[in-house]
Ligand binder design. Structure first.
Ligand SMILES: NC(=O)C1=CN([C@@H]2O[C@H](COP(=O)(O)OP(=O)(O)OC[C@H]3O[C@@H](n4cnc5c(N)ncnc54)[C@H](OP(=O)(O)O)[C@@H]3O)[C@@H](O)[C@H]2O)C=CC1
Ligand SMILES: O=C([O-])CC(=O)C(=O)O
Length: 265
């Protein structure tokens, strides 16, 4: 299977490392902005020597796209690929918080007679939540807790010095839609939990900067006709990007391998 990888940052690089010896998965293209091409070329040379580094998904010869780039890449690269009939795996699930984008993705996939797959990424329990939704859910609450430095470059910095935080601090409370829009690099999980469960506007979200934690913690509490569950993930962050959990990479690789494996779980 010939694959185009969109993004060659923390997730993209770790993904290339993991799939470099997978016989059925050939990375044919790495798609990055022009400014990032030189750095991506150095990574590709080492981990995917057969790949071309380009600014758009090649129009021909690609069987599958995997996105690990950021919200803007969905409109820029994923929608056109879907319309051409290329299936896409998406990590930047928070992009679907933009009004109309879920419908656009569905329309593009329908036009191309293909599918877009949103990965679970840094969170577990998505299978249980999506199944529970069929019986009816009453509440879904998500709490994301990361060390203060993981919130740098986000609205969490407004009015506070993250380096000086002595106690856990709630930096956001609201809906999953608001969280995903305001924290595009930190609240994709909030969007994923909501899309699998009660939706972007009925899922309540709390985001916390906590100097007492080293891992990225994700907690989901859900209740409905199925019963209830509470889930806590204590994810190791990637060294290359403390905002991103290593599990996100494993989740993307699992999705890729699931496309070629004879038995899938
Ligand atoms: N579902 C989940 O659980 C999670 C999802 N994510 C999503 O994954 C994304 C990537 O994470 P991570 O690898 O840690 O981020 P990085 O910032 O380390 O890497 C992002 C990469 O994407 C490239 N890029 C940015 N914009 C575009 C674009 N429009 N088209 C093509 N390439 C682009 C960047 O290039 P350059 O450096 O040149 O800008 C860089 O190579 C996050 O932004 C987030 O949306 C992250 C964590 C969890
Ligand atoms: O990787 C993580 O821990 C989660 C994350 O950044 C996100 O939800 O966007």
């Amino acid at each position: 299977m010939q694959i185009a990888l969109i993004g060659c940052g923390a997730i993209g690089t770790a993904l290339l490392e993991l799939v470099k010896d997978d016989v059925g998965l050939q990375i044919a293209a790495v798609v990055v902005p022009a400014e990032g091409a030189e750095a991506a070329r150095a990574v590709a040379q080492r981990l995917a020597p057969g790949a071309q580094v380009v600014q758009a998904v090649p129009a021909d010869g690609i069987d599958l796209v995997v996105e690990a780039a950021g919200h803007a890449a969905i409109e820029q690269h994923v929608l056109p690929a879907l319309r051409r009939g290329v299936p896409c795996i998406v990590a930047s699930v928070g992009a679907l918080s933009a009004a109309g984008l879920p419908e656009q993705l569905e329309a593009a996939a329908r036009e191309g007679r293909t599918q877009v797959q949103l990965i679970a990424g840094a969170i577990g329990g998505i299978d249980a939540l999506a199944a529970a939704r069929i019986g009816g859910l009453s509440t879904v609450r998500y709490t994301g807790r990361k060390p203060p430095h993981a919130w740098k470059g986000t609205p969490a910095e407004q009015g506070r010095d993250l380096d000086a935080l002595a106690n856990e601090t709630v930096i956001f409370e609201g809906t999953a839609r608001e969280a995903a829009a305001q924290f595009p690099k930190n609240a994709n999980v909030a969007a994923t939990v909501s899309l699998a469960g009660l939706g972007l506007d009925r899922t309540t979200v709390r985001l916390i900067a906590d100097p007492a934690v080293r891992e990225n913690l994700h907690q989901v509490e859900a209740a409905g006709a199925f019963g209830s569950f509470e889930l806590t993930m204590r994810n190791q962050p990637l060294a290359a990007n403390p905002k991103t959990s290593a599990l996100t990479v494993f989740s993307a690789v699992r999705a890729l391998r699931g496309k070629v494996a004879p038995l899938v779980i």
